[in-house]
Design a protein around this ligand. Structure first.
Ligand code: THU
Length: 133
């Protein structure tokens, strides 16, 4: 599986990421990010970025969404959608590793790249991710 056009469900998830983006707390970066994910049992969770005056303390939108999902008992993520205020926004390296903890070989990430919405397997974004085994 490689990069492809998003399915109807993936587009709906992207719309939810856009909604989550509206509550972004971004006084320092001035960059709004939203994330939405669907778990393997069909739950939907969203998150937004939370800036901090001490920059490294800032929380990514994906981290917010994964925190919400795991708090509700989620174990496996099927799809994640991420949106930011630019034509090309994909999860940062740290978020790719975070997502890989809850991913399967078919987990996809939906985002806009050069203005076009695409669906990309997480394994393409993070080949050979770190695992403890
Ligand atoms: N950010 C995310 O929400 N997700 C990413 O994958 C990368 C960066 C946020 C963190 C910070 O609030 C802002 O974008 C600028 O780095």
């Amino acid at each position: 599986m490689q990069i492809r056009e998003p399915s109807h469900d993936e587009r709906q998830l992207f719309d939810l990421a856009c909604s989550a983006q509206r509550t972004s707390y971004h006084p320092h970066s001035r960059f709004r990010v939203g994330a939405a994910l669907r778990t393997h049992d069909g739950q939907i969770h969203t998150g937004t970025n939370i800036d901090n005056a001490s920059y490294p303390v800032s929380v990514c939108a994906e981290v917010s969404a994964v925190s919400a999902a795991v708090t509700q008992g989620a174990k496996r993520i099927e799809t994640v959608a991420v949106v930011g205020e630019a034509d090309s926004v994909s999860p940062c390296g740290q978020c790719r590793q975070l997502l890989s903890e809850f991913a399967t070989s078919t987990t996809t990430v939906v985002y806009r790249w050069q203005g076009e919405m695409i669906s990309v397997p997480l394994t393409v974004l993070l080949p050979h991710g770190f695992e403890l085994r």
